[in-house]
Design a protein around this ligand. Structure first.
Ligand SMILES: NC(=O)c1ccc[n+]([C@@H]2O[C@H](COP(=O)([O-])OP(=O)(O)OC[C@H]3O[C@@H](n4cnc5c(N)ncnc54)[C@H](O)[C@@H]3O)[C@@H](O)[C@H]2O)c1
Ligand SMILES: [Zn+2]
Length: 672
């Protein structure tokens, strides 16, 4: 085959493909590929046609506007054809556009108007004697669909013009503009569809088109659409405008909604406007997919005329796409630092918003189920600004016949411990205390002040210990030696010695600290205290029934379930046994029966030199006292350390007994 035959065959293929995508996009409002992919096919065809002009037949998709009107609607023949816009994607295209215009007009510089390119669908509206009488979609540019009833449901569209003082309402006014949906409304609409099990709209454009093209206007009314107008067809009583801006301002005086525009002088002016609008695109409450550049002077426009399906005097300068379609190669589960199991889609890499995206989060099981994303699906991926890439919708028409819903695992894929659902429903979490995926976080918590209080073991060191494989379980911490620690990066002699000493010290602990240190979900310091009183030995919890645990003070049914599951997990029993074998000795809480603290309410304020606030609290509680946060008449003692402030003052005012650190320590000693 020669080059021409090849080109002709490819062109036929592209005709077929583009016709298919046009139908999905314009008639069904449910595209299968992204705009960028569609544009690529279109450019390929344009390219073939420019190399072989005989391929440019009148029925070529390059020569036609939009898609045919759906038969279900009445037809409206436009008074003047509704055109499309030529697209540009980079500065080079803009240079050529400006050059062409200057050459055709024989002028050194052109005044332009720049408008946001709304991502919606074009409509033509007709007002007679100021009353809205008919509205139509663009259709194929010549004939559109009569969507009058649906347009009447758009709140921002005036049903009758309300001109400013001195402005005469024209006999007949035909205006053109764009119906669109605001980002917030789009999100709400898709959430509702999710709930109702309806397929999601891929983007605001399809949502707007799908909503306006409803056969039942009540359906349209339920979906909040918006409209901006940007063009006006000459007609009876309509002034002859010198410029586009004059026209826009005129429409405004009639009470019609007009979008913001920006005047731009020459190529440089357009570049500035483009940079500004690209930068500001995320601040707008609606989706824009580019900037429309129009020649401002109406007379110049007439002289420029049009080519095939678009005017020569305007162009759509597109923004880089933020949405792409691609394929889900697989769905995996990622275990986060807090044990949350997060489903992640592995995608055939695509460029979205300027970066290559190969993964997208599916957030959690509920979200995954709602969107019903499956392996093998074609999906729309979105990445706007710095936002994490996300899957917007699935192209159901492209779903493989043998696909099956994703089965969310009930065990952690990393450590195989049971994974359970959070009580608030959304997140599934691994319950393994030695789960490698959570280890850094677990160890950081284990070493924290209210837990084992191992000084010097923070986030950085925990990360290092896990990364080097030195620590795989809590108990491994107690096998760390000075020599071993010194092999770590940035670890000095002194720090190593201090850490070994801190580890050794931490072995003498309390059952309350020990239980808290295990990092059982929801078990904070207070619950650990109650649990320690009921179960002075950790191993007793292995055999405890759900009822036993439920009887513990302040432990509700959900927490009881979490605690029960934790101590049933063999991995966790093993972790506890190993800690005890390593020499950790959690002391059972002593229940005080006598002494000066029993049943007393104590307030701690100011800094003490000999112990921390937490230690002081623990000492008081061990002796049967309660530590309160604020001073009242019910307070029995206030322990005032250095720089005690308002609490001390309050105590003095109320005549509450005040102890300094010395007196407090003495009281503790006499009641050890
Ligand atoms: N994904 C798909 O399968 C698929 C299929 C068909 C078309 N498409 C997309 O649609 C595009 C073609 O659609 P099109 O012919 O409507 O062209 P277009 O969207 O590129 O530009 C023309 C349209 O821009 C709109 N517009 C928005 N703001 C405007 C403003 N301020 N002034 C003037 N017009 C404004 C008007 O509706 C006008 O008809 C393609 O480039 C592609 O991105 C996608
Ligand atoms: Zn795990």
């Amino acid at each position: 085959m020669d080059d021409f035959q090849n080109a002709a065959a490819r062109a036929r293929e592209l005709h077929r493909e583009l016709a298919h995508h046009n139908y999905r996009y314009y008639v069904l409002d449910s595209p299968e590929v992204s705009d960028a992919q569609y544009d690529k096919l279109m450019r390929e065809l344009q390219d073939l046609e420019s190399r072989h002009p005989s391929l440019q037949t009148p029925d070529s998709p390059t020569q036609r506007v939009g898609g045919a009107a759906a038969e279900a609607f009445g037809e409206v023949v436009h008074r003047a054809p509704m055109l499309s816009l030529a697209n540009l994607f980079e500065d080079q295209g803009l240079i050529e556009f400006d050059e062409r215009i200057r050459k055709l007009l024989g002028l050194p510089a052109i005044s332009y108007v720049c408008e946001p390119k709304l991502d919606g669908l074009a409509i033509a509206l007709r007002y007679e004697k100021g009353a809205f009488v008919q509205g139509a979609t663009r259709g194929d540019g010549t004939t559109g669909e009569d969507v009058t009833a649906n347009l009447r449901t758009i709140r921002s569209l005036p049903m009758s013009l309300f001109p400013q003082d001195g402005v005469k309402v024209p006999e007949v006014l035909e205006v053109r503009g764009e119906v669109f949906i605001r980002k917030k409304d789009f999100q709400k609409l898709n959430e509702k569809r999710e709930e109702e099990g309806e397929p999601l709209f891929a983007n605001p454009r399809n949502a707007a088109a799908g909503s306006l093209r409803q056969l039942d206007p009540r359906m349209t009314a339920a979906r909040p659409l918006s409209v901006f107008l940007y063009e006006c067809v000459p007609g009876e009583g309509v002034p002859a405008f010198k410029t586009h801006i004059e026209k826009l301002e005129y429409l405004k005086t009639l009470g019609l909604p007009i979008n913001q525009y920006r005047r731009a002088e020459g190529l440089e002016g357009v570049r500035e406007a483009y940079d500004a609008s690209l930068k500001g695109r995320h601040e707008l409450p609606f989706e824009v997919d580019g900037m429309v550049v129009k020649v401002d002077d109406e007379d110049q426009r007439k002289r420029l005329g049009q080519v095939s399906k678009s005017p020569r005097w305007a162009v759509a300068y597109k923004f880089p796409p933020e949405e792409e379609s691609t394929e889900v190669l697989d769905i995996g589960i990622q275990v986060g630092r807090t044990g949350a199991l997060t489903p992640v889609a592995h995608l055939k890499p695509v460029k979205v918003g300027g970066v290559t995206v190969a993964r997208a989060t599916l957030h959690n099981e509920d979200e995954l189920r709602r969107k019903d994303v499956r392996k093998g699906d074609t999906v729309f991926v979105r990445r706007a600004g710095d936002v994490i890439p996300e899957i917007v919708s699935v192209v159901l028409s492209r779903r493989p016949a043998d696909s099956a819903p994703f089965e969310f695992p009930r065990h952690c894929p990393v450590c195989h411990a049971v994974a359970t659902k959070d009580e608030d429903g959304a997140i599934i979490r691994c319950t393994g205390a030695s789960c490698p995926a959570q280890l850094v976080e677990k160890i950081r918590h284990f070493a924290s002040r209210l837990a084992m209080d191992i000084e010097g073991l923070g986030d950085k060191l925990a990360t290092q210990l896990v990364a080097t494989g030195s620590v795989k379980t809590f108990a491994d911490l107690y096998a760390l030696t000075r020599e071993k620690l010194l092999t770590l990066e940035r670890m000095g002699d002194k720090s190593a010695d201090n850490l070994v000493a801190a580890l050794e010290r931490s072995k003498q602990t309390t059952q309350r600290r020990f239980l808290y240190a295990l990092g059982i979900r929801h078990v904070g310091d207070a619950t650990a205290k109650a649990l320690a009183e009921a179960f002075p030995q950790a191993e007793k919890l292995f055999g405890a029934s759900l009822e036993d645990i439920s009887r513990v003070k302040d432990v509700g049914p959900i927490m009881a379930q979490v605690i029960h599951t934790f101590f049933q997990e063999p991995q966790n029993q093993e972790a506890i046994r190993a800690l005890l074998a390593a020499g950790v000795q959690p002391a059972a809480p002593q229940v005080a029966t006598g002494g000066p603290f029993v049943g007393k309410s104590v307030v701690l304020t100011g800094a003490m030199t000999g112990m921390t606030r937490e230690q002081a609290k623990e000492e008081v509680e061990r002796r049967g006292g309660k530590v309160a946060g604020s001073v009242s008449r019910k307070t029995d003692f206030v322990v005032a350390g250095e720089d005690a402030g308002s609490k001390l003052k309050k105590a003095q005012e109320l005549g509450v007994r005040i102890l300094d650190e010395q007196a407090f320590l003495q009281m503790l000693q006499t009641n050890a």
